[in-house]
Design a protein around this ligand. Structure first.
Ligand code: SF4
Length: 330
């Protein structure tokens, strides 16, 4: 099996996900976009909304990114923005910063020309309706032209019944990635109305999706990307890279790349007294005073819980102010 360079970096958790628009001219029934992102023009670098382009560089630095995956919505609806961000990333990190772009369009020559030297790898998502005539579509024309221009190019499609219809396209492609179909809030109704159900209550994977891909997966340049892999390897590796760069000296980094610390919540007056106490008793760097609470090493809080007033709990969250995974009262 030959993996695209974008996938190799993704395995290492070294790709930043740059979501450039929630707009799209298609309306795929399985679309995984959340209601919050769909139709909007908000940009996200990984999970963080971007107000100014410099935040994209900051997020890429936070995770020591070796590359960026541009996604949406339909990124080619905002090609000016895409080329501006790619230039920014290549100028800052150098030409080896690998950029792949996902699109559901068959890009025109003019669009391909504008991305030359900026995007390294293109992943086309031909809609299900055209799979049975794939060789007669503009997607193959785009693939041929992109290859002449030096791009690495392939397909990236969700696992749906009928995947084997794409076999005739394989000789033209550098790779074909199949994403395991995933259940989500935004597509649950459509999934159910088609008789699809989650494989179990732990994961978002859909029952039977792997079997639909069996025939296609026998070919060399085809890669199956499971929902479990995305969670357990790709995301975890990315979180670990971010945690290593951003964790404070008292944050504990877990094997999953989340961070753990203790929180002491106090009324304002007690907080001032407690801050002074912490300064006298604890090592510098083992706690931090925030607006309305004190954060510290979780084990330090646990050890001193009986001697400290206020509400005490341990927080596990994604690094760099990310999503809270668990709060455990002490
Ligand atoms: S092309 Fe992608 S973003 Fe657009 S509707 Fe389909 S799945 Fe959603």
């Amino acid at each position: 099996m030959s993996l695209s360079k974008g996938c190799v970096l993704c395995y290492q958790g070294a790709k930043m996900v740059l979501f450039v628009t929630g707009r799209c001219y298609r309306s795929c029934w399985y679309c995984p976009l959340s209601g919050e992102r769909k139709g909007t023009d908000t940009v996200y670098a990984n999970e963080h909304p971007v107000d100014v382009p410099a935040q994209i560089i900051e997020e890429a630095e936070n995770m020591s990114a070796l590359g960026t995956g541009i996604t949406g919505g339909e990124p080619l609806l905002c090609l000016d923005k895409v080329t501006m961000y790619c230039r920014l990333l290549k100028d800052h990190f150098g030409p080896d910063h690998h950029i792949h772009l996902y699109t559901a369009k068959a890009p025109y020559d003019t669009e391909l020309s504008r991305m030359e030297g900026l995007v390294d790898e293109i992943r086309l998502h031909p809609p299900r309706e055209c799979w049975n005539t794939i060789l007669d579509t503009d997607y193959i024309r785009s693939v041929k032209r992109a290859k002449e221009m030096g791009y690495s190019i392939g397909f990236e499609v969700p696992a749906l019944p009928g995947l084997e219809l794409l076999i005739p396209a394989l000789p033209y492609l550098d790779f074909l990635n199949i994403n395991e179909l995933e259940w989500g809030d935004s597509n649950a109704y459509e999934m159910r109305s088609r008789g699809h159900e989650p494989a179990d209550d732990q994961h978002n994977a859909i029952q039977g999706a792997r079997e639909w891909a069996d025939e296609l997966c026998r070919h060399d340049n085809v890669h199956w990307c499971s929902s479990a892999f995305k969670d357990s390897v790709q995301l975890r590796e990315r979180l670990k890279r971010i945690a290593e760069n951003t964790a404070r000296s008292f944050d504990e980094i877990t094997p999953d790349g989340t961070i753990v610390y203790g929180v002491l919540e106090l009324p304002l007056q007690q907080k001032e007294i407690c801050t002074q106490l912490c300064e006298q008793v604890f090592e510098p760097g083992s706690f931090e005073t925030c607006d309305d609470h004190i954060e510290m090493a979780w084990w330090l809080l646990e050890k001193n819980a009986d001697d400290l007033p206020g509400k005490k709990y341990v927080v596990e969250r994604y690094p760099n102010g990310g999503m809270i995974v668990e709060v455990t009262p002490l």
